[in-house]
Design a protein around this ligand. Sequence first.
Ligand SMILES: Nc1ncnc2c1ncn2[C@@H]1O[C@H](COP(=O)(O)OP(=O)(O)OP(=O)(O)O)[C@@H](O)[C@H]1O
Ligand SMILES: [Mg+2]
Length: 255
Amino acid sequence: MTESILVLDNVSKSFARTDADAITHALDSINLTVRQGEFVSVVGPSGCGKSTLLRLIAGLIYPTTGEIKLDKEKVEGANPDRGMVFQKPTLFPWLTVRENVAYSLKVQKKYNDEKDEVDRLISKVGLDEFKDSYPHQLSGGMAQRVSLIRTMINKPRVCLLDEPLGALDAFTRMNMQDELLNMWRENSQITVMVTHDVDEAIYMSNRVIVMAPRPGRIRECIDINLEYPRNRLSDNFVSYRREILGMLDFGKKEA
Ligand SMILES: Nc1ncnc2c1ncn2[C@@H]1O[C@H](COP(=O)(O)OP(=O)(O)OP(=O)(O)O)[C@@H](O)[C@H]1O
Ligand SMILES: [Mg+2]
């Protein structure tokens, strides 16, 4: 099979505002290429267009100008090839954890072949005891983990993750970063992850994209040239941290 490639060519997105004749320039002239097997993280201040970027790639909204292509085909509308994990967990409230994870396999008539995979993934994210619980019985962090594996089970060619670990406590979050990296390595899909956590971005990705707001644009792309698994305390890791936090204007007080 040929290598997948995702290309955003000069993509801009504006939204009409209901309160005035004004327009919100959510994204301006985004150029980005992500190849199969690449894990890219996107960081930047609130409102700089990170979720908009993922929703455009998912095909849930369309660019105002420019074009998005996956394997030379124009992205038009949603498709299971491009799986999205939303900033707020989206689960069917009337289905149990297990049923939520199995849902898309059942729709695609793949469930009988992949029954074990449902249990394997639930176990990987530490929710064995909650298989038969309903979404309202879960904590925010648990629901987020279910949301994540519900998308990953489809093995999409492109994984779009919008702060997928944002609701987790620090320890669970670090474990889940490793689990997510394992899943990525198993399938080597194109992955674009939005995060507010610069450490998480450096720990997980091949490349970190730093965005700037108004209009949302790419400020810098930083290749992370570190072997996996990464050591968060190594000098190189810390110098990437300093570099990226500096770009986000958090590092100014550092010596
Ligand atoms: N459907 C919409 N209609 C109108 N404006 C929108 C819509 N979606 C996003 N916007 C605007 O586009 C800009 C970017 O929003 P977006 O949700 O992409 O930001 P974000 O970087 O994901 O922020 P956060 O870190 O808070 O999640 C914001 O100014 C927002 O108000
Ligand atoms: Mg967002």
